[in-house]
Design a protein around this ligand. Structure first.
Ligand code: HEC
Ligand code: HEC
Length: 227
Protein backbone atom coordinates (compact mmCIF):
# COMPACT_ATOMS: atom_id res chain seq x y z
CA UNK A 1 0.00 0.00 0.00
CA UNK A 2 1.22 3.47 -0.88
CA UNK A 3 0.74 6.40 1.40
CA UNK A 4 -0.04 9.86 0.10
CA UNK A 5 2.44 12.63 0.75
CA UNK A 6 0.14 14.03 3.37
CA UNK A 7 -0.05 10.69 5.18
CA UNK A 8 3.72 10.29 4.95
CA UNK A 9 4.20 13.65 6.57
CA UNK A 10 1.81 12.81 9.40
CA UNK A 11 3.56 9.49 9.86
CA UNK A 12 6.98 11.16 10.12
CA UNK A 13 5.63 13.83 12.38
CA UNK A 14 4.13 11.28 14.74
CA UNK A 15 7.35 9.26 14.95
CA UNK A 16 9.38 12.37 15.34
CA UNK A 17 7.31 13.43 18.31
CA UNK A 18 7.27 9.95 19.81
CA UNK A 19 11.06 9.97 19.46
CA UNK A 20 11.36 13.28 21.23
CA UNK A 21 9.09 12.12 24.03
CA UNK A 22 11.21 8.99 24.33
CA UNK A 23 14.37 11.04 24.56
CA UNK A 24 12.81 13.31 27.15
CA UNK A 25 11.85 10.25 29.19
CA UNK A 26 15.36 8.89 28.93
CA UNK A 27 16.77 12.22 30.02
CA UNK A 28 14.47 12.29 33.05
CA UNK A 29 15.37 8.67 33.83
CA UNK A 30 19.09 9.41 33.79
CA UNK A 31 18.81 12.72 35.57
CA UNK A 32 16.89 11.29 38.53
CA UNK A 33 19.80 9.84 40.59
CA UNK A 34 22.07 12.82 39.94
CA UNK A 35 19.56 15.56 40.68
CA UNK A 36 18.92 14.02 44.10
CA UNK A 37 21.99 16.00 45.18
CA UNK A 38 22.58 19.60 44.19
CA UNK A 39 26.15 20.95 43.96
CA UNK A 40 25.44 22.73 47.24
CA UNK A 41 24.47 19.49 48.99
CA UNK A 42 27.57 17.74 47.63
CA UNK A 43 29.81 20.53 48.86
CA UNK A 44 28.17 20.42 52.28
CA UNK A 45 28.53 16.62 52.31
CA UNK A 46 32.23 16.83 51.50
CA UNK A 47 32.83 19.44 54.19
CA UNK A 48 31.00 17.35 56.77
CA UNK A 49 32.95 14.29 55.68
CA UNK A 50 36.27 16.11 55.96
CA UNK A 51 35.38 17.39 59.43
CA UNK A 52 33.90 14.23 60.92
CA UNK A 53 35.04 11.17 59.02
CA UNK A 54 38.30 11.72 57.15
CA UNK A 55 40.41 11.25 60.29
CA UNK A 56 39.60 7.53 60.07
CA UNK A 57 38.20 6.94 56.57
CA UNK A 58 40.92 9.15 55.00
CA UNK A 59 40.68 11.81 52.35
CA UNK A 60 38.26 10.88 49.54
CA UNK A 61 37.11 8.06 51.86
CA UNK A 62 39.65 5.62 50.41
CA UNK A 63 40.04 3.89 53.79
CA UNK A 64 43.11 2.53 55.55
CA UNK A 65 43.59 -1.19 56.27
CA UNK A 66 43.10 -1.93 59.97
CA UNK A 67 41.81 1.59 60.68
CA UNK A 68 38.62 2.13 58.64
CA UNK A 69 37.14 0.69 55.44
CA UNK A 70 36.89 2.52 52.13
CA UNK A 71 33.53 4.27 51.66
CA UNK A 72 34.04 5.14 48.00
CA UNK A 73 34.73 1.57 46.97
CA UNK A 74 32.74 0.78 43.78
CA UNK A 75 31.36 -2.56 44.97
CA UNK A 76 30.30 -1.17 48.36
CA UNK A 77 28.46 1.75 46.72
CA UNK A 78 26.82 -0.66 44.29
CA UNK A 79 25.38 -3.09 46.88
CA UNK A 80 24.72 -0.69 49.78
CA UNK A 81 21.43 1.19 49.98
CA UNK A 82 21.05 4.73 51.26
CA UNK A 83 19.16 3.20 54.17
CA UNK A 84 22.24 1.12 55.07
CA UNK A 85 24.52 4.17 54.91
CA UNK A 86 22.18 6.42 56.86
CA UNK A 87 21.56 3.86 59.61
CA UNK A 88 25.25 2.93 59.93
CA UNK A 89 26.30 6.57 60.18
CA UNK A 90 23.49 7.41 62.59
CA UNK A 91 23.99 4.41 64.93
CA UNK A 92 27.67 3.64 64.38
CA UNK A 93 28.88 0.11 65.10
CA UNK A 94 28.98 -0.80 68.73
CA UNK A 95 32.25 -2.28 69.99
CA UNK A 96 34.19 -0.80 67.07
CA UNK A 97 35.65 2.67 66.64
CA UNK A 98 32.80 3.53 64.22
CA UNK A 99 30.95 5.89 66.56
CA UNK A 100 27.35 7.06 66.14
CA UNK A 101 26.72 10.38 64.40
CA UNK A 102 23.03 10.80 65.24
CA UNK A 103 23.82 14.28 66.60
CA UNK A 104 24.45 15.51 63.05
CA UNK A 105 20.77 15.08 62.22
CA UNK A 106 19.19 13.48 59.19
CA UNK A 107 19.78 16.13 56.55
CA UNK A 108 23.53 16.35 57.25
CA UNK A 109 23.85 12.58 57.25
CA UNK A 110 22.04 12.55 53.89
CA UNK A 111 24.41 15.18 52.50
CA UNK A 112 27.36 12.96 53.47
CA UNK A 113 25.72 9.96 51.76
CA UNK A 114 25.14 12.08 48.63
CA UNK A 115 28.83 13.02 48.67
CA UNK A 116 29.83 9.33 48.97
CA UNK A 117 27.41 8.44 46.15
CA UNK A 118 29.02 11.02 43.87
CA UNK A 119 31.96 8.57 43.67
CA UNK A 120 29.76 5.81 42.21
CA UNK A 121 31.32 3.89 39.32
CA UNK A 122 28.97 0.91 39.09
CA UNK A 123 25.17 0.91 38.82
CA UNK A 124 23.35 1.01 42.16
CA UNK A 125 22.05 -2.57 42.57
CA UNK A 126 21.01 -2.22 46.20
CA UNK A 127 17.25 -2.69 45.64
CA UNK A 128 17.79 -5.96 43.77
CA UNK A 129 20.47 -7.10 46.24
CA UNK A 130 18.28 -6.39 49.28
CA UNK A 131 15.36 -8.24 47.65
CA UNK A 132 17.36 -11.45 47.27
CA UNK A 133 16.14 -14.45 49.27
CA UNK A 134 17.58 -15.21 52.70
CA UNK A 135 20.44 -17.71 52.94
CA UNK A 136 19.83 -21.40 53.59
CA UNK A 137 22.66 -23.64 54.59
CA UNK A 138 24.56 -25.53 57.24
CA UNK A 139 26.12 -23.29 59.90
CA UNK A 140 28.59 -26.00 60.96
CA UNK A 141 30.08 -26.17 57.47
CA UNK A 142 29.97 -22.37 57.33
CA UNK A 143 31.93 -22.18 60.56
CA UNK A 144 34.66 -24.38 59.12
CA UNK A 145 34.98 -22.21 56.03
CA UNK A 146 34.86 -19.07 58.12
CA UNK A 147 37.60 -20.21 60.51
CA UNK A 148 39.71 -21.52 57.67
CA UNK A 149 39.47 -18.58 55.23
CA UNK A 150 37.83 -15.50 56.73
CA UNK A 151 39.02 -15.42 60.33
CA UNK A 152 42.59 -14.40 59.40
CA UNK A 153 41.31 -10.95 58.48
CA UNK A 154 37.93 -10.68 60.22
CA UNK A 155 38.90 -12.32 63.53
CA UNK A 156 37.84 -15.68 64.90
CA UNK A 157 34.68 -14.22 66.46
CA UNK A 158 34.13 -11.74 63.65
CA UNK A 159 35.14 -8.81 65.81
CA UNK A 160 37.34 -7.31 63.12
CA UNK A 161 40.21 -4.92 63.78
CA UNK A 162 40.04 -5.71 67.51
CA UNK A 163 41.38 -9.14 66.64
CA UNK A 164 44.31 -7.61 64.80
CA UNK A 165 43.23 -8.22 61.21
CA UNK A 166 42.40 -5.86 58.35
CA UNK A 167 38.77 -6.93 57.89
CA UNK A 168 35.78 -5.26 59.57
CA UNK A 169 33.67 -6.67 62.42
CA UNK A 170 31.30 -8.82 60.37
CA UNK A 171 30.32 -10.97 63.36
CA UNK A 172 28.93 -8.09 65.43
CA UNK A 173 25.32 -6.84 65.54
CA UNK A 174 26.38 -3.34 64.41
CA UNK A 175 27.07 -4.84 61.00
CA UNK A 176 24.76 -7.86 60.89
CA UNK A 177 21.62 -5.96 61.96
CA UNK A 178 22.04 -3.40 59.16
CA UNK A 179 22.58 -5.73 56.22
CA UNK A 180 20.54 -8.23 54.24
CA UNK A 181 21.80 -11.67 53.27
CA UNK A 182 21.97 -10.33 49.69
CA UNK A 183 24.46 -7.66 50.79
CA UNK A 184 26.69 -10.26 52.46
CA UNK A 185 26.31 -12.72 49.54
CA UNK A 186 27.26 -10.18 46.86
CA UNK A 187 30.18 -8.85 48.93
CA UNK A 188 31.60 -12.35 49.36
CA UNK A 189 31.19 -13.08 45.65
CA UNK A 190 32.55 -9.83 44.24
CA UNK A 191 34.85 -8.65 46.99
CA UNK A 192 35.87 -4.99 47.08
CA UNK A 193 38.35 -3.86 44.50
CA UNK A 194 41.59 -2.25 45.70
CA UNK A 195 41.10 -3.57 49.23
CA UNK A 196 42.25 -6.82 50.81
CA UNK A 197 38.71 -8.16 50.43
CA UNK A 198 39.08 -10.08 47.18
CA UNK A 199 36.07 -11.87 45.75
CA UNK A 200 35.45 -15.56 46.39
CA UNK A 201 34.04 -16.35 42.97
CA UNK A 202 35.29 -15.66 39.45
CA UNK A 203 38.75 -15.32 37.90
CA UNK A 204 40.26 -12.94 40.51
CA UNK A 205 38.94 -14.97 43.45
CA UNK A 206 41.02 -15.60 46.59
CA UNK A 207 39.50 -19.07 46.74
CA UNK A 208 36.64 -20.34 44.63
CA UNK A 209 33.64 -20.97 46.86
CA UNK A 210 30.47 -22.57 45.53
CA UNK A 211 27.12 -20.82 45.94
CA UNK A 212 26.24 -23.36 48.65
CA UNK A 213 29.46 -22.78 50.58
CA UNK A 214 28.73 -19.05 50.55
CA UNK A 215 25.20 -19.75 51.87
CA UNK A 216 26.70 -21.86 54.68
CA UNK A 217 29.01 -19.00 55.67
CA UNK A 218 26.15 -16.45 55.75
CA UNK A 219 24.04 -18.75 57.92
CA UNK A 220 27.01 -19.17 60.27
CA UNK A 221 27.61 -15.40 60.48
CA UNK A 222 23.95 -14.92 61.43
CA UNK A 223 24.45 -17.22 64.44
CA UNK A 224 27.27 -14.97 65.75
CA UNK A 225 25.13 -11.91 66.43
CA UNK A 226 22.73 -13.98 68.57
CA UNK A 227 25.38 -14.60 71.24
C1 HEC B 1 37.27 6.99 64.90
C2 HEC B 1 37.26 6.43 63.58
C3 HEC B 1 36.03 6.63 62.70
C4 HEC B 1 35.36 7.79 62.43
C5 HEC B 1 35.65 9.18 62.93
C6 HEC B 1 34.31 7.43 61.49
N1 HEC B 1 34.34 6.10 61.20
FE1 HEC B 1 33.10 5.07 59.97
N2 HEC B 1 34.01 3.34 60.44
C7 HEC B 1 35.11 3.23 61.28
C8 HEC B 1 35.44 1.84 61.43
C9 HEC B 1 36.57 1.28 62.26
C10 HEC B 1 34.51 1.12 60.66
C11 HEC B 1 34.41 -0.39 60.52
C12 HEC B 1 33.82 -0.95 61.81
C13 HEC B 1 33.75 -2.46 61.75
O1 HEC B 1 34.77 -3.10 62.05
O2 HEC B 1 32.68 -2.99 61.41
C14 HEC B 1 33.63 2.09 60.04
C15 HEC B 1 32.58 1.77 59.20
C16 HEC B 1 31.80 2.68 58.54
C17 HEC B 1 30.80 2.37 57.56
C18 HEC B 1 30.44 0.97 57.05
C19 HEC B 1 31.32 0.67 55.85
C20 HEC B 1 31.25 -0.73 55.32
O3 HEC B 1 32.20 -1.13 54.64
O4 HEC B 1 30.28 -1.44 55.60
C21 HEC B 1 30.26 3.54 57.13
C22 HEC B 1 29.16 3.73 56.11
C23 HEC B 1 30.94 4.59 57.85
N3 HEC B 1 31.86 4.04 58.70
C24 HEC B 1 30.69 5.95 57.68
C25 HEC B 1 31.30 6.95 58.43
C26 HEC B 1 31.00 8.35 58.27
C27 HEC B 1 30.07 8.93 57.22
C28 HEC B 1 31.73 9.02 59.21
C29 HEC B 1 31.70 10.48 59.53
C30 HEC B 1 30.41 11.07 59.77
C31 HEC B 1 32.52 8.02 59.93
N4 HEC B 1 32.23 6.78 59.42
C32 HEC B 1 33.42 8.32 60.93
C33 HEC B 1 35.78 4.24 61.92
C34 HEC B 1 35.38 5.57 61.92
C1 HEC C 1 42.88 -10.94 53.29
C2 HEC C 1 41.90 -10.39 54.21
C3 HEC C 1 40.45 -10.81 54.08
C4 HEC C 1 39.94 -12.08 53.99
C5 HEC C 1 40.69 -13.40 53.95
C6 HEC C 1 38.50 -11.92 53.96
N1 HEC C 1 38.17 -10.60 54.05
FE1 HEC C 1 36.29 -9.83 54.05
N2 HEC C 1 37.02 -7.95 54.13
C7 HEC C 1 38.36 -7.64 54.23
C8 HEC C 1 38.52 -6.21 54.25
C9 HEC C 1 39.83 -5.46 54.35
C10 HEC C 1 37.20 -5.66 54.17
C11 HEC C 1 36.80 -4.20 54.16
C12 HEC C 1 37.29 -3.51 52.91
C13 HEC C 1 37.90 -2.18 53.21
O1 HEC C 1 38.76 -2.11 54.10
O2 HEC C 1 37.55 -1.22 52.52
C14 HEC C 1 36.30 -6.79 54.11
C15 HEC C 1 34.92 -6.67 54.03
C16 HEC C 1 34.04 -7.74 54.11
C17 HEC C 1 32.61 -7.62 54.19
C18 HEC C 1 31.83 -6.32 54.25
C19 HEC C 1 31.85 -5.84 55.70
C20 HEC C 1 31.37 -4.42 55.94
O3 HEC C 1 31.78 -3.88 56.98
O4 HEC C 1 30.65 -3.88 55.13
C21 HEC C 1 32.10 -8.89 54.28
C22 HEC C 1 30.66 -9.28 54.41
C23 HEC C 1 33.23 -9.79 54.23
N3 HEC C 1 34.39 -9.07 54.12
C24 HEC C 1 33.13 -11.16 54.31
C25 HEC C 1 34.20 -12.03 54.22
C26 HEC C 1 34.08 -13.47 54.28
C27 HEC C 1 32.79 -14.22 54.48
C28 HEC C 1 35.33 -13.97 54.12
C29 HEC C 1 35.73 -15.44 54.05
C30 HEC C 1 35.07 -16.22 53.04
C31 HEC C 1 36.25 -12.86 54.02
N4 HEC C 1 35.53 -11.70 54.08
C32 HEC C 1 37.62 -12.97 53.89
C33 HEC C 1 39.42 -8.52 54.27
C34 HEC C 1 39.33 -9.89 54.13
Amino acid sequence: MFRTNKENEMFRDKWFRAGLAGLALLAVGYAAPADAASPKTLKQGQELFDENCAVCHQEDAIGEPGLAPSLTNPELLSVASDKFFEATIRDGREDTSMMPFAHLGRSKVRAIVAYLRSHEKLPNRSAEVDAQPGAHGDPRLGEQWYNYICSTCHGLDGDGYEAGGTGTAIGLPGFLNQVTDGFIRETIKMGRSNTRMLGFQGPAAMANLTDQEIEDIIVYLRTLSKN
